[in-house]
Design a protein around this ligand. Structure first.
Ligand code: FES
Ligand SMILES: [Fe+2]
Length: 384
């Protein structure tokens, strides 16, 4: 049996941090379990394993299709050191390509924009929006050079597998009619914390009375809300939107048309694994997308979406300020506490902690990660 002292040795590299024995307490039921050991949030080796087995393997949220509405619209998506061009082609279809020139590898595009074709800034090879290499001046004398073999490398975008991955999520959240929503504001934060800390924070209400006591204040306890597919949710009953601060509730915007049952009577906090979070309340939704940059660094992109009819109201521009005020207050509170947690976890004295009844989703996130990062344990290799 490993002792805590030997767990500490593991942190300093004297044995494998991927030994499933080190995580046996995380595998217990929530109220008997411990959280992930601190090194899961600080170790480069653990992070590298997550990149390989989670971020380069699972589906990642790129954005909303309305961001690239017209033919030629593109968006460059950078995640864990890979760069992908996502674009709308001439026929209106969505495509994704590795952002690397087939000549000598130069990065092709940055940011967002509109283009008729993709020209490499180095030797001016040109690719059509469907990825075909359509110009490569200077290559005429090259032996056996067939332009047809040097198109951009496609990257998988959506498809059947994604539907399987999401399970019943699209059905369960159909009432919110996300396709009819408009993203009215985006914001980015660069945080000194591990990506898992930020997801965990978004998926528990235990911290609300302390971290948000001056802003959101007391909220009701959230309830479990699962489904099939790679997502997890908690539901917090509340008679009206929680997307404005309590003192601004009189200036809330109208609810989303046609909501009934649970969506009309509270807020869902949902994570699509690995790290896309969204909250849906009576009148709007907001999402947090995380871009892990290293074990202790994460870029977070936040978007706010309202129904088209709400955005068209003459009082929208004025009233939405209250919503921005709420997010610009509560998100920095979560950001600061997550960075503070990361700082504490970096201590060599940090230990795995026990979990409360308010943290079942934190426990499930830990196990979801371990299921992918650790090698499967064979029966014959069971407890030592
Ligand atoms: S590297 Fe792109 S054209 Fe040479
Ligand atoms: Fe929070």
């Amino acid at each position: 049996m490993a002792t805590r002292a030997s767990d500490m040795e593991t942190m300093t590299g004297t044995s494998s941090i991927f030994d499933p024995q080190l995580y046996r307490r995380v595998r217990r039921p929530t109220l008997a379990a411990e959280g992930l050991p601190p090194w899961c949030y600080t170790s480069q080796a653990f992070y590298d394993r997550e990149v390989e087995r989670i971020f380069r393997t699972e589906w990642n949220f790129v954005g909303r299709a309305d961001e690239i509405a017209k033919p030629g619209d593109f968006k460059v998506f950078d995640l864990v050191g890979e760069s992908v061009i996502v674009l709308r082609d001439q026929a209106g279809g969505l495509r994704a390509f590795a952002n690397t020139c087939r000549h000598r590898g130069t990065r092709l595009l940055d940011g967002t924009g509109n283009c008729k074709s993709i020209a490499c800034p180095y030797h001016a090879w040109v690719y059509a929006l469907d990825g075909r290499l359509i110009a490569s001046l200077g290559m005429e004398a090259t032996l056996d050079f067939d332009a047809a073999e040097h198109g951009l490398l496609p990257v998988r975008l959506e498809g059947e597998t994604l539907a399987d991955y999401l399970g019943d999520l699209p059905k369960r959240f159909a009432a919110y009619n996300f396709a009819d929503m408009v993203c009215v504001r985006r914001k980015e934060y660069d945080l000194a914390c591990n990506w898992k800390l930020y997801v965990e924070n978004a998926m528990e209400d235990y911290h609300t009375p302390t971290v948000h006591r001056k802003s959101i204040g007391l909220q009701q306890t959230a309830l479990e809300e699962g489904g099939s597919g790679a997502w997890d949710a908690i539901f917090m009953p509340a008679p009206q939107t929680i997307a404005v601060l309590p003192e601004d509730s009189a200036s809330a915007l109208p609810p989303i048309g046609g909501l009934s049952g649970k969506p009309a009577s509270g807020t869902f906090f949902t994570v699509i694994y690995p790290c896309t979070f969204f909250a849906t309340t009576q009148d709007c939704m907001w999402w947090l997308q995380e871009f892990p940059l290293g074990p202790g660094r994460t870029k977070v992109s936040v978007g706010s979406c309202f129904p088209r009819a709400t955005v068209a109201r003459p009082d929208f521009a004025e009233k939405v300020q209250k919503y921005y005020r709420r997010w610009d207050t509560s998100l920095p509170e979560d950001n600061a506490i997550s960075e503070r947690q990361q700082a504490g976890l970096a201590s060599r004295f940090a230990r795995p902690g026990r979990l409360s009844v308010h943290e079942p989703a934190v426990h499930r996130i830990a196990n979801w990660v371990l299921d992918r990062v650790l090698d499967p344990v064979l029966d014959s290799a069971a407890p030592r």
